[in-house]
Design a protein around this ligand. Structure first.
Ligand code: HEM
Length: 127
């Protein structure tokens, strides 16, 4: 089981200035070794130290690469009582389609309809 943090503990550890910890979607990250490598600059990360950065992180629309990379910096998770519902998920093509329902052209209905039309037409013309 990973280390459990209260939100207060994250804030306290981050205020030691030596480590930059923050919370994204109930997971605690320590990005201290990553500060200088962050393509978005170290300042934005330092600014959210000790806080819940879920929204900031999400607003940027971080790439899948970034989301894979961040796993390296996980140090624990928020204690069960203090977790919040994660509303945002990585948006992918499949998510979009699942939410909207498939469009007519990309659903199974279009090819099936096409098949029926072709069959009817074929038997009309050559039958
Ligand atoms: C462990 C956490 C994080 C990782 C691994 C990470 C990684 C990255 C990566 C790889 C990029 C390059 C663009 C991309 O691939 O999406 C990026 C850009 C950026 N990130 Fe992060 N990031 C993290 C957290 C944050 C947080 C908490 C914030 C805001 C408070 C932030 C703000 C930005 C900004 C402003 C950019 C620049 C976007 C641009 O140039 O258009 N990042 N980050």
């Amino acid at each position: 089981m990973s280390q459990q943090f209260t939100r207060k503990q994250v804030a306290e550890r981050a205020s030691g200035a030596k480590s930059t910890l923050f919370i994204i979607d109930n997971v605690v990250y320590d990005v201290t070794p990553f500060l200088d490598e962050h393509p978005g600059g170290h300042e934005v990360l330092v600014n959210v130290a000790g806080k819940d950065a879920s929204e900031d992180f999400d607003d940027i629309g971080h790439s899948l690469d970034a989301k894979t990379l961040m796993k390296k910096y996980v140090v624990g998770e928020v204690v069960a009582e203090e977790r919040v519902e994660v509303k945002r998920r990585p948006v992918s093509w499949d998510d979009q389609r699942a939410e909207d329902g498939p469009g007519f052209l990309s659903s199974w209905k279009f090819p099936v309809l096409l098949g029926i039309v072709a069959t009817v037409l074929y038997s009309y013309l050559f039958g």
